[in-house]
Design a protein around this ligand. Structure first.
Ligand SMILES: Cc1cc2nc3c(=O)[nH]c(=O)nc-3n(C[C@H](O)[C@H](O)[C@H](O)COP(=O)(O)O)c2cc1C
Length: 173
């Protein structure tokens, strides 16, 4: 058991960026907080993201293959904005599966955004964004790894992007 905790402690030392992944399927546009995001190939430019198997975002991406990765500024405003995306789309995801998914959260409703040419939401406040097209879905335990091609990107303004070190929020262990 002690060993288990040590493994968890070490895993929690790993550093990540902190991103908002934008996706849309019909009327159901969604934004989710994700830090398991990384580049995995130069040519072609590919990124990989790990999604909880029951994330609404993954459902959207399976339907459309399109999604955006929004980078937020490393400051209080960026952190406050990111915090609005911590909640899942489906209420039932909180506290187990005994509750029916009667309620959903339209996290983007109060947050200024536009839709890119591929239909994915991009936050007005993003310091940069990347438009992606999913190419592979790989089962990875309780997550699904999505490998996607980078189709476009824009640096809206220069700055330091938000990271897990800066927020102190943990998603690992
Ligand atoms: C700091 C932090 C990082 C997270 N990173 C991920 C991640 O990389 N992948 C993931 O599937 N969920 C991650 N989550 C959990 C999702 O944000 C959460 O399950 C989300 O609400 C799913 O949203 P959706 O159902 O609207 O897609 C993270 C949560 C926090 C607080």
């Amino acid at each position: 058991m002690a060993r288990h905790h040590e493994v968890q402690d070490v895993m929690e030392q790993m550093s990540y960026g902190l991103y908002i992944v934008g996706s849309r399927s019909g009327d159901a546009a969604d934004g989710m907080m994700a830090d398991w995001v990384m580049q995995v190939s130069f040519e072609p430019r590919l990124v990989a993201l790990a999604f909880e198997n029951d994330a609404r975002t993954l459902e959207n991406i399976r339907a459309t293959r399109a999604f955006s990765i929004n980078l937020l500024s490393q400051d209080e405003a960026g952190m406050a904005l990111a915090a609005k995306f911590a909640q899942p789309y489906y209420d039932a995801k909180v506290g187990g599966r005994t509750v029916l998914a009667a309620r959903v959260h339209h996290k983007l409703d109060q947050i200024p955004h536009t839709f890119g040419p591929d239909g994915s939401p991009v936050l007005d406040a993003a310091m940069a964004w990347i438009a992606c097209e999913a190419e592979q879905f790989v089962a990875a335990g309780d997550h699904t790894l999505v490998i996607a091609r980078v189709r476009d990107a824009s640096m809206v303004h220069e700055g330091e992007p938000l990271t897990s070190r800066y927020t102190g929020w943990n998603y690992s262990g």
